[in-house]
Design a protein around this ligand. Structure first.
Ligand SMILES: NC(=O)c1ccc[n+]([C@@H]2O[C@H](COP(=O)([O-])OP(=O)(O)OC[C@H]3O[C@@H](n4cnc5c(N)ncnc54)[C@H](O)[C@@H]3O)[C@@H](O)[C@H]2O)c1
Length: 206
């Protein structure tokens, strides 16, 4: 990717985006990686590189950002994760599916853009073989989040095959990290115990 071609991260303020933006900026240079989220970010983050408030469900806003900045790679991270999706099933379905269509449709009409959209092991379900789980196997997810990821995978495949959209996806397991607050996924507990340990220890010490 040439230096004037930029990367856009949609939903950059969450668990994956926080680390991903830092690493992409290390690789491509700070000015070439545009971070966006519906949540505003602290001034020290904004000082490190471009950040815009943007809603992935607002297609025109996203498309303008892409065109104005000569974006050639998009990481679509905005989603409602497993635990939150169970509490707000319709909102989760809307964000997880419509957000994906905003980008798939753009890439269908505008060639030369690489789209990265993370899937999840939530596509599997209770009937999936537990040991050495194959890539292609029984997938009967039992959560709203899992159903949206399974449908999303099929749509990515469809847009790739029918419209040659360059979209790539990996099924991540539950990730544990320390910089961002947990976003409502299966690993929240594991992240929270470390945050709490630090906060409560500091409170006790000071
Ligand atoms: N974290 C994991 O363990 C894990 C595992 C598998 C797959 N994934 C996938 O990776 C992606 C990112 O996950 P994460 O853990 O960083 O999630 P997260 O919840 O921590 O972050 C999501 C971000 O999206 C933003 N957002 C929500 N609605 C938005 C909207 N309408 N427009 C723009 N931004 C919006 C939120 O403010 C948040 O900052 C998701 O697609 C998720 O399904 C995550």
């Amino acid at each position: 990717m040439s230096q004037t071609e930029r990367t856009l991260v949609l939903g950059s303020a969450g668990q994956i985006g926080t680390d991903l933006v830092e690493e992409l900026r290390r690789i491509y240079g700070s000015d070439n990686v545009i971070a966006t989220d519906i949540k505003d970010q602290p001034a020290d983050f904004k000082a490190k590189g471009p950040f815009y408030m943007a809603d992935v469900l607002d297609a025109q806003q996203v498309y303008e950002l892409i065109k104005k900045n000569n974006v050639k790679q998009v990481y679509l991270l905005a989603a409602l994760l497993s635990a939150v999706a169970e509490q707000k099933p319709k909102a989760a379905w809307k964000l997880n599916m419509d957000g994906l269509f905003v980008m798939l449709d753009y890439c269908k009409e505008n060639t030369g853009i690489k789209l990265f959209w993370p899937s999840s092991i939530a596509v599997f379900g209770p009937t999936t073989p537990r040991n050495l789980t194959p890539q292609q196997t029984i997938m009967e997810p039992s959560t709203v989040y899992g159903i949206s990821k399974q449908a999303g995978e099929r749509w990515c495949e469809y847009y790739n095959q029918k419209h040659h959209v360059d979209v790539r996806s990996i099924r991540y397991p539950g990730l544990i990290s320390y910089k961002a607050d947990p976003g409502g996924g299966t690993t929240d507990y594991a992240v929270n115990i470390f945050h709490d340990a630090v906060l409560k220890t500091l409170t006790t010490v000071f």
